[in-house]
Design a protein around this ligand. Sequence first.
Ligand SMILES: [Zn+2]
Length: 343
Amino acid sequence: MDAVTAILNGATVNSTWSSYDILILIKHQLDISSIQWTMRHVGGPMDDEKDWKDFDIWEQTNVRADTMAKEALQNWVDSGRQRISTTGVPGTPWTISISGETITSNIRNEIYDSVWTPQIQKNWCKRMHLEHDLSNHIDWITFGKTMKNCDDNDRQFRTKHMAHISAKRRREREDEVCPRCGVSENNTHIYECTTDETTVIFETHCLELEVTIDSKGLPGMSLAISELLRAARAQTEPNFDIIFQHEIQQLARQQWEIGSRAIQWGIFHHEWATKLTTDWNDGRRCAHKWMATISNKIWDLNKELWEHRNDVLHKNDNAVRTLENERLDTDIANIIEEIKLIP
Ligand SMILES: [Zn+2]
């Protein structure tokens, strides 16, 4: 409405306007029309409170037009989303398509994204130790939404954590030992460490995650995701047989095939969102947005495990100190032995 008013007032439509292709068509039709057009706001289907008889002629027409548009959209969806040909409609602007999709908003951004997105995805795959060949199985839409839904601090932590650099300093090296259990530590060990305390953190988060997934997810989905998380932590194969729902079991297998570590970083196979969209079938809820909530919860787990590890490191009694003390004891013992050798 604002956009059409702007056109009537002489504004020039450009490709940074959303739905600019439709607006250009409207402008063309307004230009060639012999009618003098004026704009007014018309109430309509959003007003559920009102009775049909209380609508004026404008509102009734608006509701009818809306119903017809929805029917046309439904027919198009039911037809398997066949291509809509716009050729032959006077005033259709020239369009750009990338991979068969017509760009209907900011051309500059879309071209930029189409060039850079594959590069960025390749880089992420490398960081997450995922096979780049499997990149097209990853739900990158959810991934993008996950990163949008957290603050700058979290984003920074996540990027560095994946890149084997600690959040504060370059502490994580392959030869460093875990302050909690004393085995050699890298950034996946932070997730895999199995002391009693880390298990409590892990199980608590799994439980919260299951509650969230059960609220909107598919039957069997919460069990599938927590089984995948457990298997990634224990570095074993998941027990797929405990998932009774055949389709969910298939999804869990597909998830595992993109790499056992993917689930640990909250990276999902795109089929989850596809299945959710099909099952919800309400055209309103965004499956990717909801999957991003799950992904962020998995990241909360990673962050708490990391913070717990740091708390332990700064306590006096930890595995790193113990190891250092043992080394010192050996050194002192050696010195004493050597002193004994001195005549
Ligand atoms: Zn450990």
